[in-house]
Write a protein that binds this ligand. Structure first.
Ligand code: 6GU
Length: 225
């Protein structure tokens, strides 16, 4: 999968994709993330990409020309399945959307800043508007990093144990069960006996039971029936 990201702050996106699973996904050639500095398409040599909003009001708006030129430049070499705008007024990102997006080949992500981007860019180019939750970030970059991480780890071959994403929290509308590692006794708190029993069927039963209990306690809203 190829993911292109248009941003005014590419430095913000250096680290998130340079470690751990995202790094391995790229090294294995399963994921290609390319960040493009919107200032390369600035309207003047001062690097201007934003301007005051018509009608007055505080805050700058990202201008049409730089975004339009950047998008059309990238479209010359790539056909995008979705052109995504990261914005707090978009559809809330959930695991199901991550699953769907992970089945695409090429994504283009636009990170907004300031008051956002000119509405005409949204009308003309954007096919999907995504928010990562009901709070406001100072720019779309961190949200884009969240999106790419959630999608990237789902690509076939990225996770070591291919089955493990299947048992993530939210994949079946259940939270993941508690997990334990050594030591068996930590300050008097013991690992549940069943996990030491070596009885795979009983352990699976215990885990699904714990998933159900945990979901009922912490997130009754996601329990379907
Ligand atoms: Cl996608 N962008 C910004 N700026 N703030 C957000 C967001 C996105 N999602 C939640 N808050």
């Amino acid at each position: 999968m190829q993911i292109d990201i248009i941003t005014v702050a590419p430095e913000l996106l250096d680290s998130p994709f340079s470690h751990s699973i995202m790094k391995r996904a790229q090294e294995k050639g399963l994921l290609h993330v390319r960040c493009h500095n919107l200032r390369n398409w600035a309207i003047n040599k001062h690097g201007q990409v934003d301007d005051y909003q018509y009608g007055g009001g505080a805050g700058m708006v990202m201008m049409c020309e730089p975004l339009s030129n950047a998008i059309e430049h990238l479209q010359q070499t790539t056909i995008y399945d979705e052109i995504i705008y990261m914005t707090p007024d978009g559809e809330t990102f959930q695991q199901q959307m991550a699953n769907q997006l992970s089945m695409q080949n090429n994504l283009l992500i636009i990170c907004g800043h300031y008051k956002g981007i000119d509405q005409r860019i949204r009308d003309l180019y954007i096919t999907k508007e995504i928010s990562i939750g009901d709070y406001v970030l100072s720019g779309g970059e961190l949200a884009a990093a969240v999106l790419v991480d959630a999608i990237g780890r789902l690509l076939p071959g990225v996770l070591n144990d291919e089955t493990s994403a299947l048992f993530d929290s939210f994949q079946d509308n259940l939270l993941a069960p508690p997990v334990y590692t050594r030591p068996v006794d930590f300050k008097g708190h013991k690992v549940p006996e069943i996990l030491l029993s070596g009885h795979p069927v009983k352990i699976e039963d215990w885990r699904s039971d714990q998933s159900m209990k945990r979901t009922q306690e912490k997130r009754p809203d996601i329990l379907k029936d």
